[in-house]
Design a protein. Structure first.
Length: 200
């Protein structure tokens, strides 16, 4: 199911690129030569902790922790010289917190457009067991939020509004939840999660 892609509507961004950004399960952004975000998909906006339309027009420095901002110019020059870069680093979120991400960057993906693929790096998970020794499925923090709101009786649209994402994104999270909990539908997923103590 395609995610919403915000930005770059007037620049003539090729429809295939918009589709790529829309179907990516991880964060994808396009930046221009001035290091401004010109297109962003919802998974990337979630990493930044703000709606996609708020990200647009901001510069890379905005989401770079202050102590790392002196390195941005060298990073940008290195990307231009090498054509591709990958690595890890912290992202400064709008709420003041930080998340560790890994990225892959591609210079001149399109004219005056540079592509960045982003995803959160999480510490390795330690398997949890229930009191009967049954393994507890690992749900992401966002999946737990979606599931708790579903347990509270919220509709897909209401969950989307509460989390500032599209209904399509909520449906994608629910599909992942169903697969992890081996559940047929929302009711079964909620019941399983409550039994395992994942939600209240």
């Amino acid at each position: 199911m395609a995610q919403n892609v915000i930005g770059d509507q007037r620049s003539g961004l090729d429809e295939r690129v918009r589709i790529l950004l829309g179907v990516a399960l991880e964060g994808l952004v396009l930046m221009d030569d001035a290091r401004r975000y010109v297109s962003v998909n919802e998974p990337a906006a979630e990493l930044f902790g703000t709606p996609p339309e708020v990200v647009l027009g901001r510069r890379m420095d905005h989401y770079t922790p202050s102590e790392r901002r002196p390195r941005v110019e060298r990073f940008w020059e290195g990307l231009e010289r090498a054509g591709r870069l990958e690595g890890r680093g912290p992202v400064a979120r709008d709420d003041g917190s930080q998340r560790m991400i890994e990225y892959r960057a591609y210079w001149r993906f399109a004219p005056n457009r540079h592509l960045f693929a982003l995803r959160e790096v999480r510490p390795p998970a330690v398997p949890l067991l229930t009191s009967n020794g049954e393994p507890v499925p690992r749900l992401t923090p966002r999946e737990l939020e979606v599931l708790q709101l579903a347990a509270d009786g919220r509709t897909t649209r209401e969950i989307a509004e509460a989390l500032v994402v599209s209904p399509g994104t909520v449906k994608t999270h629910l599909q992942h939840i169903y697969a992890k909990l081996d559940a047929r539908d929302r009711v079964a997923a909620v019941a399983t999660a409550m039994r395992l103590g994942l939600i209240a």
